[in-house]
Write a protein that binds this ligand. Structure first.
Ligand code: KIV
Ligand code: NA
Length: 265
């Protein structure tokens, strides 16, 4: 395999090739995702929701993110692996942000980190980039700020927030981020951002006129049938398929159908 790098993603944008990205949290799923040809695996702090069952992304720790990230890295041969810096590991000051990013790179073997926010975290971004660690930005609906927003609805519908988002996107590009996630914002605004910067813009709930798409893998596989935002396309109903398989196993054990003569020593 030819490994995907931050440079390949920038070239893909320049050549008009869309970037595919999914989240990943463990070794086995990462081997499948990578083998299927994904460009980027994001070890998202959505692990807090889908792996640990928390209501928000806030509780997950840096140690837990490193555990997920190192598991994913061991399963990947081709994709670029990007890891979220979790809430509380980069907001207080830029030195702590750099320490957290260094821990992720050293202890997991991942290739880049992602941070939520724009001008507010500019010093941290600079410091991490100065250490040679590539950064993916994240603007729009930034779930680590959910208690500030108070709701998971679409962001930047008003002019002031839209203008700040455009300014932040340009700032992230200028500082040297290699890509940017835009979450749950109007498609027209996302298009405008993608056209006004040269680094790739990867959308989730941000329409098709951006440079790539990302989804949470549990959501696109239909493992979680309670979460149905408009932007989600389900490629499987794994919740139903798993439920059927497991209930069949339960009944086979009860009825002594399993194991049969060929399934024993
Ligand atoms: O944590 C996550 O899954 C994310 C993506 C939704 C972009 O940040
Ligand atoms: Na995230």
């Amino acid at each position: 395999y030819k490994r995907i790098t931050t440079r390949s993603l920038i070239e893909m944008k320049a050549n008009g090739e869309k970037i595919s990205m999914l989240t990943g949290y463990d070794y086995t799923m990462a081997t499948i995702t990578d083998g299927a040809g994904i460009d980027v695996i994001l070890v998202g702090d959505s692990a807090s929701n889908v792996m640990a069952g928390h209501e928000t992304t806030l509780p997950i720790t840096l140690d837990q993110m490193i555990y997920h990230a190192s598991s994913v890295v061991r399963g990947v041969k081709r994709a670029l692996v990007v890891v979220d810096l979790p809430f509380g590991s980069y907001q207080s000051d830029s030195k702590e942000a750099l320490r957290s990013a260094i821990r992720i790179m050293k202890e997991s073997g991942a290739h880049a980190v992602k941070l939520e926010g724009g001008s507010e975290i500019k010093d941290s971004i600079k410091k991490i980039l100065n250490a040679g660690i590539p950064i993916m930005g994240h603007l729009g609906l930034t779930p680590q700020s959910i208690y500030k927003f108070g709701t998971y609805t679409v962001r930047a519908k008003e002019d002031a927030e839209a203008q700040k988002l455009i300014d932040d996107a340009k700032l992230l590009e200028k500082l040297g981020c290699f890509a940017l996630v835009l979450e749950k914002i109007p498609a027209q605004l996302a298009k405008k951002v993608a056209e006004s910067i040269s680094i790739p813009v990867i959308g989730i709930g941000a329409g098709g006129d951006v440079d790539g798409q990302v989804l949470v893998i549990h959501d696109m596989l239909g493992m979680n049938n309670e979460f149905s935002p408009r932007f989600l396309r389900r490629y499987m109903d794994l919740h139903e398929d798993m439920t059927n398989a497991i209930s069949q196993y339960v009944s086979d054990v009860k009825s002594q159908d399993f194991p049969n003569e060929n399934e024993q020593y």
